[in-house]
Design a binder for this molecule. Structure first.
Ligand code: PEP
Length: 253
């Protein structure tokens, strides 16, 4: 089964609304989307909540994603945004469980599961991030960590709904550090994740699911990952912030 490739930018807390608008117009004026299409690459960008609407209304040919969402429909959850609120402005994707949410805001696999189920119930896409810390990597327990993150995060989900899940393997020690995991590690863990997905759901879901690698992906190294059979794309932070490097990522796929 041949899967499409996905290049997804995670802007974290970067790019103002003004900068987002400039990014969108540069993309629209360039051949970036056409180049990506010709390579069978889907593009997505996750700006801050504040820039979602501006990006959605102004960029063409790029999916717009939130970086997080709440599992409840509405209520007393200060600072949060619900799936319905995202849908109201045409945003049908969200990243869930990014390691910075796990590290700094105590996001758990259980809360990720609630958010993923809220997204799937609304027919939205969930980009679920998993990955081990440096300590866990050094202790040699990467696969144990991945197994529990995937198993808990994806519990109580039907095979039908699972088709809207994308998984991003992002070793915490490689995010924003310039210490990217080797393509052998990325392939090994993405393949392992696919085997867990097969056990939870079935062969069809596993063979269709997009599994990305993330962590210090740059134009210079993206090709190494994208040639791995189980790596279907990349989740990119720093190198996705400027049109020039986003374009270079596409060119080098
Ligand atoms: C990320 O934020 O998901 C990420 C992978 O960041 P960077 O590419 O900057 O390491």
């Amino acid at each position: 089964m041949s899967r499409k490739k996905l290049l997804m930018g995670n802007w974290k807390m970067n790019n103002t609304v003004e900068e987002t608008l400039q990014f969108a117009s540069k993309v629209n004026e360039s051949s970036l989307v056409k180049d990506a299409e010709s390579k069978g690459v889907i593009l997505a960008i996750a700006p801050t909540y504040l820039s979602l609407q501006a990006l959605k209304q102004n960029i063409k040919g790029v999916y717009v994603s939130a970086q997080d969402c709440h599992y409840a429909k509405s209520g007393a959850y200060t600072s949060s945004v619900s799936v319905d609120m995202l849908k109201e402005i045409g945003v049908n994707w969200s990243i869930i469980g990014h390691s910075e949410k796990r590290q700094y805001e105590a996001e758990s696999d259980f809360s990720c599961n609630r958010k993923i189920r809220a997204l799937l119930k609304a027919s939205c896409k969930a980009v679920y991030c998993v990955g081990e810390s440096l300590k866990e990597y050094e202790e040699g327990i990467t696969k144990d960590i991945i197994l529990s993150q995937v198993t808990v995060g994806l519990q109580n989900i039907s095979c039908e709904d699972a088709k809207n899940i994308i998984i991003a393997y992002e070793p915490v020690w490689s995010i924003g550090t310039g210490k990217n995991a080797s393509s052998e590690i990325a392939q090994d863990i993405c393949c392992y994740i696919r085997s867990i997905v097969e056990k939870i759901f079935n062969k069809e879901v596993a063979s269709e699911m997009l599994i990305l690698y993330g962590g210090s992906v740059k134009p210079e190294n993206i090709h190494n990952y994208l040639t791995c059979p189980d790596v279907d794309g990349a989740l990119v932070g720093g190198a996705s912030l400027k049109v020039e490097s986003f374009k270079a990522l596409v060119e080098n796929i």
